[in-house]
Design a protein around this ligand. Structure first.
Ligand code: MN
Length: 293
């Protein structure tokens, strides 16, 4: 018999801060005490730019060239457009509902900006950036980039016209999403109509969370969460239900827990201090490649 997975806690967004000059984010993971890297592994960082209107700007706002090693950065745009360039020669622009999945692994330099035309016009901007941890055996593998646009996303209609699920990674209802991950991860955008209900099910040991992008929901017919709130599901069962009180969008994340030590310093997330020092050495020696600002 499958057990019900209960809600551990609902979190309001912490006060925002700026990353560069283009991302006004609430950091849920790891700043909130109960959302440590160890607890949420493999989701070791979550920055959420709640809806915010950026005025027109001739110079695109964002974050200049910086390094990463040891994990993947996953950026999902909900409003506005994000451009990316990295030292492996990969670049891309993503718009509403689209995803940049960059595997930093052994090390890259990248920069992240508002897309040029969006920047000129300004407007509503909303996005999520996640850092997905890599298991020790893949931390020094080759960097890669997956630009996931509208046509790549796999959409699955829900029963009773409740809405649809857009799969980014992993599986829903036997269908597979486009993103390749190194460990088992499910990542969807759940679009529910008003009064739409769906059931979700993930392995009990998978760390699971919901971010309400739009609207308001009730989990297991009991716990309410509204836009910009994050719901941490307990690891006490598999199945849970989500009902929308109004038309809603929910980012659903569930991943197999990685039980490996974490050593994190700024843009590097490794397994021990020696590897962090090595990352600084390699970065200073120019081993992360070249990228113009
Ligand atoms: Mn970055």
């Amino acid at each position: 018999m499958m057990k019900t997975r209960s809600v551990e806690k609902v979190f309001a967004p912490p006060p925002p801060h700026y990353v560069g000059d283009g991302f006004r984010v609430h950091n849920f993971i790891p700043s909130l005490e109960e959302l440590s890297m160890e607890r949420m592994n493999p989701f070791i960082m979550m920055d959420y730019n709640s809806k915010f209107v950026f005025p027109p700007s001739k110079k695109p706002k964002g974050v200049g060239v910086h390094p990463h090693r040891g994990f993947e950065t996953v950026t999902i745009a909900y409003k506005g457009k994000v451009a990316h360039h990295d030292s492996s020669g990969n670049s891309g622009v993503i718009g509403e509902g689209e995803v940049q999945w960059m595997t930093a692994a052994s090390g890259i330099l990248h920069k992240e900006y508002h897309e040029e035309n969006f920047s000129k016009e300004g407007g509503e901007f909303q996005m999520v950036q996640l850092w997905v941890n890599l298991p020790a055996r893949y931390k020094m593998s080759k960097p890669k980039y997956q630009g996931i646009t509208r046509k790549d996303l796999v959409s699955v209609a829900l029963e009773n016209n409740a809405g649809f699920v857009e799969i980014i990674a992993g599986e829903f209802d036997g269908k597979k999403g486009p993103a390749e991950s190194f460990t088992p991860i499910h990542m969807y955008n759940l679009h529910l109509e008003k009064d739409g209900v769906t059931k979700l099910s993930f392995n009990e040991n998978y760390n699971t969370l919901l971010l309400v992008i739009e609207g308001s929901i009730t989990i297991n017919e009991a716990i309410k969460a509204t836009s910009d709130q994050l719901v941490l599901m307990a690891n006490d069962g598999e199945n849970f239900s989500i009902e929308a009180k109004e038309k809603s969008i929910v980012l659903v994340l569930s991943g197999e827990a990685l039980h490996e030590p974490i050593a994190a310093h700024g843009p590097f997330v490794m397994n021990n201090q020696r590897e962090i020092l090595q990352a600084f050495h390699d970065y200073n020696d120019g081993k992360f490649g070249n990228l113009e600002d």
